[in-house]
Design a protein around this ligand. Structure first.
Ligand SMILES: Cc1cc2nc3c(=O)[nH]c(=O)nc-3n(C[C@H](O)[C@H](O)[C@H](O)COP(=O)(O)OP(=O)(O)OC[C@H]3O[C@@H](n4cnc5c(N)ncnc54)[C@H](O)[C@@H]3O)c2cc1C
Ligand SMILES: Cc1cc2nc3c(=O)[nH]c(=O)nc-3n(C[C@H](O)[C@H](O)[C@H](O)COP(=O)(O)O)c2cc1C
Length: 628
């Protein structure tokens, strides 16, 4: 996949937030390579958009994030493409294809792929192939749509540009002699005992740097900042739900121990979870890895042919530390390519055949059932295929990267200097084969003992909920753990109200039962009392939908409809709407309820009401933070 300037080639540009679009683009690139088609695969922000008109064929693989937003890596490219000065013929002569990755449970399904497709068309580019849309909800995930889209693409490309394909593209993949090479190389280092840079870090700064340099070496590193903003210690944890309620939600309080912290209400905390040491040891043993070895990881010579000569030499890290901090061995499921490469290293014939089947288009659905549906971990897969011994290069390249996890901050920094609070729901589910699976980070956090004083690497981020000014009336909707950011909002406004006038706040909360999972009940009720931020006398309100306390289901949108006039009056007075919580149906149900309220109270049609909300969004007064 080397870049060969001035030569006809296929250009694949990807924009990814969590790695799927990058995987899909790399797969396209490998398939092109196997067909001997010259190809370049680039992250979209590594490509100069001004040179787009000079390309002949560009395939875009883009995911949608946030609420219909472009991934961070695409922001600059997208801004460039939206410039009014670009003419309708700017991309005349450029053929393109778009494959989108999204999730149809989101309101703005594959929004980025759709708007990119439209914009390219507006700029005169010519679509080679109908837009492909990968959907997380498909039984085989995004690959369900990618496989047929790719087969179609090769046929179209072969007809259009046969000179790109020295061989027939439909048979090239059947060529069993193809063996991929890893994209990274690993160097082992003989580290003397006295080398202080490589020995165990002892102070916070060295620990932060160790995390930074280890995670920077990972081929699956995200685009974010590698060095943690701080280390946190857990100071308090208490359950917010009753056992047997079907939910397991915890209130967690942390203090910053390495440096002081600053955040706004509505911000998000990213936490790097710790992996189970037993699993790490089992993995090292299974793969015959020496935990005490010191390594550095670099792109292979071929991958680095672009000449990254300015790259400072990496400082070696202990192999075990590298595994602990960067490779998700006992939580995430490996990708399909992992099975394909494993098959090359299986010494038992029956294992090789099974792995080859899994990696083939025919085996895709069975692989999905075995792997993704069962949330099979890397360690489990390796144990299921004991004859496979994979070189470390492949393990490092293909094992899913250990990702940080996002949680909405549920405290106000002004109310709790140097502290940060989270409201964490412990992720747990049963697979079709009745295996209990647990979320890595939420299980780890909820199980921590404050006495252990474990250091938790953390990063602070702006989310989708900007901190509101005290003079803006607020309509907050946050069922379940969606209440987390609004606990911070209410704390902050309570503090602000001590020093000056503040605008009213309406808060709509939802849970299953009053008895079992009414999160922060006493907190909300205390602010509902006379003079409180949510009190009637301050023009506020607090409304709870207990979905299962009566025969018919009651949700936040039902409670909103009951308060139709109040909501309308606040909206007319310049209120901002904030929604947080489950990405599934909640944001669209809430939106529909708001449209109804505006239509009813304002005496306008639903279409006018929808435009009203659109205008609210444009003016920065409609915000959604939703997660699945
Ligand atoms: C901006 C933002 C703010 C957030 N705020 C909060 C918050 O305040 N509180 C909170 O609790 N969470 C919040 N989340 C969600 C939280 O980040 C995720 O739940 C996170 O994955 C938990 O990490 P974990 O390691 O425990 O679970 P992971 O190990 O990451 O496992 C989660 C994954 O497990 C799988 N999974 C989960 N349930 C099922 C199921 N029933 N069937 C099949 N697969 C399943 C899914 O693939 C899911 O992505 C937020 C997310 C974002 C993006
Ligand atoms: C925080 C978050 C927000 C998302 N928002 C949307 C969305 O608005 N529309 C959509 O179609 N898919 C959405 N998705 C689904 C992703 O697009 C999908 O999981 C995709 O495979 C991710 O690809 P990536 O890893 O390349 O970013 C969202 C996923 C996450 C985690």
């Amino acid at each position: 996949m080397e870049d060969e300037p001035n030569k006809k080639k296929l250009l694949i540009l990807y924009a990814s937030e969590t790695g799927n679009a990058m995987d899909a683009a790399e797969r396209l690139g490998r398939e092109a390579d196997r067909r001997c088609c010259p190809v370049s695969v680039l992250c979209i922000d590594d490509f100069e958009p001004k040179s787009l008109p000079f390309e002949e064929t560009v395939i875009y693989v883009v995911s949608t994030t946030g609420q219909g937003d472009v991934p961070d890596s695409m922001k600059g490219f997208w801004r460039f493409l939206l410039q009014r000065s670009l003419s309708k013929e700017w991309l005349k002569g450029v053929d393109y294809g778009v494959f989108g990755l999204g999730d149809s449970s989101y309101q703005k399904y594959n929004f980025v792929a759709k708007k990119l497709d439209k914009r390219l068309l507006d700029l005169g580019a010519r679509p080679l192939i109908e837009r492909g849309l990968g959907d997380d909800q498909h039984p085989s995930g995004y690959e369900g749509a990618l496989d047929p889209w790719m087969s179609k693409l090769w046929k179209i490309l072969y007809n259009k540009a046969p000179n790109l394909f020295p061989n027939d593209p439909n048979t090239a993949t059947l060529n069993g002699t193809w063996v991929d090479q890893p994209k990274i190389q690993i160097t082992y280092h003989d580290v003397g005992k006295g080398n202080s840079q490589c020995s165990a870090a002892i102070d916070f700064k060295s620990l932060e740097m160790l995390i930074e340099r280890t995670r920077s070496m990972s081929p699956g590193k995200s685009s974010g900042k590698m060095r943690p903003d701080c280390f946190l210690n857990l100071t308090e944890n208490c359950p917010l739900t009753r056992p047997g309620s079907g939910k397991d939600v915890w209130h967690l309080e942390f203090e910053a121990v390495s440096s002081s912290i600053h955040y706004d209400v509505g911000d998000v905390l990213e936490v790097l979870p710790s992996q189970d040491p037993v699993a790490v040891d089992a993995f090292m043993k299974r793969c015959n890895l020496n935990p005490e070895a010191y390594i550095t990881v670099q792109p292979s010579k071929k991958e680095n042919s672009m000449g990254d000569t300015n790259h400072a030499p990496d400082i070696p890290v202990k192999l075990k530390t590298f595994v602990e901090l960067t490779m998700d061995i006992a939580s995430a499921s490996p990708r399909r390519y992992f099975f394909e490469i494993m098959s090359n290293f299986a010494s038992a014939q029956h294992e090789k055949e099974r792995l080859q089947y899994f990696a083939s288009p025919e085996g895709r659905d069975d692989l999905y059932q075995y792997n993704q549906k069962e949330r099979r971990t890397v360690l489990e897969v390796l144990e299921d295929f004991p004859s496979v011994q994979m070189p470390l290069e492949w393990l490092v390249q293909l094992i899913p990267p250990l990702k940080t996890r996002a949680f909405s901050i549920s405290s106000s920094n002004s109310a709790h200097p140097n502290q940060v609070h989270l409201t964490v729901s412990v992720v747990s589910w049963t697979t079709p084969y009745k295996r209990t699976r647990k979320g890595l980070c939420s299980t780890w956090l909820a199980g921590l003992d404050p006495q252990q004083r474990v250091l938790i690497p953390a990063w602070f981020h702006k989310g989708s909920l900007p901190s509101p000014s005290p003079s803006v009336p607020l309509i907050l909707i946050g069922p379940g753990t969606g209440c987390a950011p609004f606990r911070g909002f209410v704390e902050e406004r309570a503090l602000q109200s001590k020093s000056g006038p503040t605008a009213p706040v309406l808060f709509f909360f939802g849970c299953r039962n009053e008895e079992n999972d009414f999160l922060y009940r006493d907190f909300w009720l205390s602010h509902l009392q006379s003079g409180g931020v949510l009190s009637e006398d301050k023009g506020g309100g607090f409304y709870v939908a207990f979905s299962r306390d009566q025969p018919q289901k009651v949700y936040v949108q039902h409670k909103m409809r009951e308060q139709s006039t109040k909501i309308w009056n606040l909206l007319a007075g310049g209120a901002a709407v904030y929604i947080a919580g489950s990405a599934n149906k909640m944001p669209s149900d809430v939106l529909a309820a708001l449209e109804e309220i505006i239509s009813l109270e304002g005496g306008v049609t639903k279409e006018v009401a929808a435009r009203w909300i659109h205008a609210l969004e444009k003016s920065g007064k409609y915000h959604v933070e939703a997660w699945s």
